[in-house]
Design a binder for this molecule. Sequence first.
Ligand code: HEC
Length: 151
Amino acid sequence: MPTLTKGLAVFAFLAIPLCLIIALSEADRRTTLSLEAAERTSFRLAMRSHVIDLDEILTAMAKGDYDTAATIASDRMDSAGQRAHHLSDIILPGPDTPAFRETERALHNAADRFGEAARASPGSPEMRARYQELVAVCQGCHTSFRIDPGF
Ligand code: HEC
């Protein structure tokens, strides 16, 4: 076998499994949740409004207005918040619905804890830690779940 061909064969022998390993490790392992088409839009809208909530909380904290920061968390994000329905109610029932529901509850609880800390010890390291925990719940859910894009 000519040296060049041999070299190519060795390259293919090593490169193909390597590409496969990379492709598999990059695979999307999140649980896919199903939604009706109309609900998909309101789900995404609710999610985007969470970014606004976090932004407004940060803006309030930057101004030293911890009471407003706490109120945003309580009124919009906590368990007794004013959202018309829980997101998990619009996810079609499936084996993973309880896990989603639990993560959603964790978000509300984290918002509760942030609100309490912002009122009890405004501006404290503890309050900042509660904010970080709140954001970590967003991140945790996004790492675990995706919605069926419907196409
Ligand atoms: C209980 C689970 C859960 C929690 C908690 C959660 N999300 Fe999401 N979010 C999702 C899922 C599922 C998607 C869809 C992701 C996909 O299909 O790729 C999503 C999508 C989004 C999107 C994209 C919306 C769009 O228009 O496509 C944004 C922005 C977002 N989330 C922000 C947040 C923020 C900010 C928080 C925390 C305050 C948060 N989410 C908490 C589950 C969650």
